[in-house]
Design a protein around this ligand. Structure first.
Ligand code: GDP
Length: 449
């Protein structure tokens, strides 16, 4: 099994603890791990080289901000550069489907056979009809495979759009022109033109698509790439881009187990935005492309962005600040604070939901967590604290045998549970003391408090 990048990185990060800044020396091992992870995700070698060079240049210029350790800072840089390459810096307008010309807007789909052109034509039609309220016509120009034209007809109907029947005795350009005339006459907003593909790059196929492109002057010429194909997809994308001046890419079959390295390579080699991704065989299996999510997927880091947001939402900032204030003033962490922390954990709700967003090695642990059990355990602990007197809560040291028995009876739990709680509390208190010395304020800022 492949080691995910996050597993590799967390090992390296440990060795980087306590170092003040990123240096040539301490980033070397980490960058090697990043490089291997990218190659394993099937990112093309020249792209990997360029990316590593960019990360290195950024890292050397970056002051490690106070509370991050250099390892974490580097992970941040890697994530950001990767996101930028695959389109994170594009404007909304550049990422969107361009339908701005006089109707009908023409969308031409090109790509190798089996890449998912016909399926994507149907999905696009559905998206335009259902989400954008457009009147959509589709046409196949694949005169070599009448079955492909039939397939397009079927999914066009599913999409709630219309299909222009293909006359296989005509040339592809003549068919497309007929369809365009029909679209104009009946006031269609969009005409989607599906083209013939071959199993590999082929001059005749290229000429045919280029002819359609030059004549129709589509507002979108999209290359449909199969994410599972890796390097082959990249070479094809490059060849098509040279001939057709593509306006965007649809990356299909991302529901497969590909790590999405092709996304990075295709975006980098063509310089064109990935506009949509295919995530299932079904007609609604098309999603707008999300560069941040894809960067995490390539790095095997799980959907960390979503996780961070969720945790920030759940952590009660005011509570956290109050605690920080109290700790700063040198007060002791007591059982009331402990109880407040438990309440926050309860607010976070679904533990397994949170854990699922973490990298795969945690996801496995998440599947074992039972939310109900976790919530019950918190509730029991709260019950025990509630059975203590206010004085006991601020002076836990005085809780000895007879008090423990009284508290246990009050909460309806065995004495062992009271012992367990006090032990947990002591550990947390010790941790708080260490942080008090080492600058708790910094940690709280890192948490967004
Ligand atoms: P074309 O030759 O380029 O027109 O390719 P097709 O549209 O016929 O697709 C080839 C195969 O890939 C079909 O079996 C599709 O169902 C499948 N396919 C296309 N897009 C996706 C996708 O996003 N996910 C999955 N799982 N399968 C897809």
């Amino acid at each position: 099994m492949l080691n995910t990048l996050s597993q590799r990185l967390s090992r390296v990060i440990k060795t980087m603890r306590g170092q003040a800044r990123l240096t040539e020396e301490n980033t070397k091992e980490m960058l090697r791990e990043v490089r291997i992870a990218l190659l394993e995700a099937d990112v093309a070698l020249p792209v990997v080289r360029e990316l590593i060079a960019r990360i290195k240049a950024k890292a050397m210029n970056e002051e490690v901000i106070g509370n991050l350790n250099p390892g974490q800072a580097l992970v941040g840089i890697v994530q950001k550069e990767l996101t930028n390459i695959i389109g994170g810096s594009l404007s909304e307008k550049e990422k969107e489907l361009n339908l701005a010309t006089q109707p009908p807007a023409i969308i031409l789909l090109a790509g190798l056979q089996g890449a998912g052109k016909t399926t994507s034509a149907g999905k696009l039609a559905r998206y335009l009809v259902a989400d954008r309220k457009k009147k959509v016509l589709t046409v196949s120009t694949d005169v070599y495979r009448p079955a492909a034209a039939d397939q397009l007809k079927v999914i066009t109907e599913q999409a709630g759009a219309d299909n222009f029947p293909m006359d296989a005795s005509l040339k592809p350009l003549a068919i497309a022109r007929d369809a365009l005339a029909h679209a104009k006459r009946y006031f269609y907003d969009v005409l989607i033109v599906d083209t013939a593909g071959r199993l590999s790059i082929d001059e005749a196929m290229m000429n045919e698509v280029a002819e359609l492109h030059d004549d129709l002057k589509p507002s979108e010429t999209m290359f449909v790439a199969d994410a599972m194909l890796g390097q082959t997809a990249v070479q094809a994308a490059q060849a098509f881009n040279e001939r057709l001046s593509l306006t965007g890419v649809i990356l299909t079959k991302l529901d497969g187990d590909s790590r999405g390295g092709a996304a990075l390579s295709v975006a980098y080699t063509t310089g064109k935005p990935i506009k949509f991704v295919g995530v299932s065989e079904k007609i609604d299996g098309l999603e707008p492309f999300n560069p941040e999510g894809m960067a995490s997927r390539i790095l095997g880091m799980g959907d960390i962005v979503a996780l961070v947001k969720e945790v920030q939402k759940a952590v009660d900032v005011e509570q956290t600040q109050k605690l920080a204030q109290k700790m700063k003033s040198g007060s002791k962490f007591d059982l009331n604070d402990f109880k407040a922390q438990l309440a926050q954990m309860k607010n976070m709700g679904s533990f397994s939901g949170l854990m699922e967003k973490l990298p795969s090695q945690f996801a496995e642990a998440a599947s074992k967590i039972n939310d109900e059990d976790a919530q019950k355990a918190i509730a029991r602990t709260e019950g025990i604290i509630n059975s203590m007197t206010p004085f006991e809560r601020t002076h836990p040291d005085i809780i000895k045998a007879s008090r423990k028995r009284r508290i246990a009876a009050g909460a309806g739990v065995p004495v062992q549970e009271v012992n367990k709680l006090l032990k947990q509390f002591e550990q947390t208190q010790a941790m708080m003391r260490t942080m008090q010395k080492g600058g708790l304020g910094k940690m709280m800022r890192a948490l967004g408090g």
